[in-house]
Design a protein. Structure first.
Length: 341
């Protein structure tokens, strides 16, 4: 029987393969070690190879595509309903093959090596920012036990450093003072790392044509433009801008039945890094309009701010920004301000 679909359950050392025909009949079930995966697939006729979109799946997708196979990556939550009874590698590989054969299944595009390198640049900066927050909270917590307190925000942390190092009247045990100095030194290294990565991201955004077009949208800066350019699927994956906004998790959840539409809270699905950059960008647009005396009279933003809370308006504006970003990427054009009649 000719194999038309191969489902692969990825692991560290031993991969589980499930080969099936076009009608779903099982052809083979095999366990293959990591070093023999490409040799086995090169001996097979070109067919559809499906995997879960998990760790190392994009690497294997690129390698398998070079052999002439068609690769499809499926989100793990879409594979789970097709697994029968017990969970094991054999059942997972069969469920992957069955899910890939569905006409309405949604897939994840295989990322290039360049896209993954740029996403690592963003993720590394995010990691350092989180570590800096942890160090600041640690310093505040320990120094607060000795009555040493400063205003909130990273910009005020140097006041705490001056109280610990320069102020000799501060009564701190020697061990406490030494540990604080170590944390302040570590904080300086993190600040340097974050500034360096920020400049690298801004330089990469200036070199990327897609990011330059995205930055013409109000509220989207270099960080958000690079996140959309590196982390978002190809624009062909969405039929319209609303689908892209829904993928980013900027639309309400639905619990509708019987023809009655019931909308709930924001779904928060999709790529969280893009969503949490779009919402602060939308808030910056609102604050910029407030500094200028308010949004233009009669505009959408002006009507929303008069009726709704500011944060809710920011999320709605982030939804509009996501749709604008999809249109800019699809048409390969810059954003143009719509003039009032």
């Amino acid at each position: 029987m000719e194999v038309s679909i191969i489902g692969i359950d990825i692991a560290k050392n031993v991969f589980q393969f499930h080969g099936a025909t076009a009608d779903g009949s099982t052809v083979f079930r095999r366990k293959i070690r990591r070093g023999c995966v490409l040799d086995f697939l090169s001996a097979q006729t070109c067919c559809l190879v499906a995997m879960e979109a998990c760790a190392s799946s994009h690497h294997w997708g690129r390698e398998i595509e070079r052999l002439g196979h068609e690769v499809r990556l499926i989100p793990p939550q879409y594979v789970k309903p097709f697994r029968k009874r017990q969970k094991n590698d054999m059942a997972d590989a069969e469920a992957i093959a069955e899910a890939a054969a569905r006409a309405g299944m949604r897939f994840v595009a295989v990322k290039s090596a360049e896209q993954q390198s740029r996403s690592m640049l963003l993720k590394t900066r995010e990691l350092f920012v989180g570590q800096r927050t942890q160090v600041i909270n640690t310093l505040r917590g320990h120094l607060g036990e000795y009555g040493i307190v400063a205003a909130q925000g990273p910009s005020h942390i140097r006041k705490l450093e001056a109280m610990v190092i320069d102020d000799e009247t501060t009564e701190l045990p020697l061990i406490m003072r030494n540990m604080c100095i170590r944390l302040f030194d570590h904080l300086s290294i993190l600040d340097w790392q974050i500034d360096d990565l920020t400049s690298r991201i801004e330089a990469a955004a200036r070199m990327d044509e897609n990011a330059q077009r995205l930055m013409t949208i109000p509220g989207i800066g270099p960080m958000c433009a690079m996140a959309i350019s590196s982390l978002a699927p190809p624009r062909e994956s969405f039929r319209k801008g609303r689908d892209f906004a829904a993928w980013a998790g900027l639309t309400p959840k639905q619990n509708s039945t019987g023809g009655k539409t019931r909308l709930g809270r924001t779904s928060k699905m999709g790529q969280k890094d893009i969503r949490r950059l779009l919402i602060p960008g939308a808030m910056s647009v609102i604050q910029s309009n407030e500094r200028k005396g308010g949004a233009p009279d009669g505009s959408w933003l002006d009507r929303m701010l008069k009726r709704k809370p500011k944060l809710l308006v920011a999320i709605a504006l982030a939804n509009k920004m996501a749709r604008m970003a999809w249109a800019v990427m699809k048409n390969e054009d810059v954003y143009r301000v719509q003039l009032a009649a």
